[in-house]
Write a protein that binds this ligand. Sequence first.
Ligand code: NAD
Length: 349
Amino acid sequence: MHKPSNKALVPFVSVDNMMALVNYIGIEKFLIDLSSEIEADFKRWSLFDKTPRVASHSDVGVIELMPTSDGEMYGFKYVNGHPKNTKVGLQTVTAFGLLAEVKTGYPKLLSEMTLLTALRTAATSALAAKYLAPKNSKIMAMIGNGAQSEFQCIAFKAICGIKQVRLYDIDANATSKTFVNLSNCGLDVVKCISAQEAILNSDIISTCTADKQLATILTDNMVGAGVHINAIGGDCPGKTELHKNILLRSSIFVEYPPQTRIEGEIQQLEKNYPVTELWEVMTQKSKGRINDSQITLFDSVGFAIEDFSALKFLLKKINNTSFFEKLDMLADPDDPRDLFGMLHRAKKV
Ligand code: NAD
């Protein structure tokens, strides 16, 4: 049988290996270092090819492809969003992604990205809050206690110094799950029975719910002056979490306006409504929080550059480790033009 040479084998990080790597590094360090990688890439924003993700919608969810390139490497993620999946024991969000070198077009890494998406979303949220949230924020409301929630809480602890998280979900079992998972992580974790109770004294309000509708997880009267809102769950046309009046009182920060205007909370506003791009705040081209009474809103939908940064970070972290397998996914004939000959010889063997 034809044996492919080592150079054509592609590193593959499975879910098992991703878990082993994160546990080996430690989740807080992983999130801090990943957020630095994302921040560095946001600071060289203009170098990237950017396009809104390609979305295929159905009545129950969405399947999306998220590509980008910095001219040296190219990456894409395949990701779904199906809020009803959990009722049949499936994840709302699953993903995998690939990183390739532009020079040859050859893939350099294939990876699971369900865990990596939760990690990069949390790292990006906390990174945004580092620039936008009130100084010395200590308390965060976490509304929506599903798959992403613990990652969010731990990232805000590690990156923003949050001490207390106040959990609320319409499903009390989800809140109990998150409460148990966060025990012994160094956070003061409080279970709440309403969104109102969760936001009590909170400096930061994170909304991370899944429902394919224009929901109002927060109404205008619930949001006081000076808070930072980290809104993650509104990330599809027809799927939002905040009442429009909250948006009108907030300074709104987004990843990539052409995508966020389609998918984010700001789909509720006119199409030229002023928003600030996060990379501009990071490069001091624009101001972030300017006073204590300002409501800042990170209208997160998740952008391809965050996944690119995560894959690039992962490729560095698996170097010289055993946290990956090698996949025979590229044809590697001895003579590059003799693809058929390779097939033919394999049959004879
Ligand atoms: P999940 O299905 O595991 O959890 C969602 C939770 O929201 C569930 O526990 C559900 O009971 C709860 N919920 C639904 N309606 C609610 C309400 N009205 N009030 C309180 N809780 C409510 O989903 P997940 O994987 O944790 O993802 C959460 C959301 O984040 C999804 O909408 C997903 O599309 C989105 N997401 C965004 C990004 C991003 O980059 N912005 C990345 C990943 C996921």
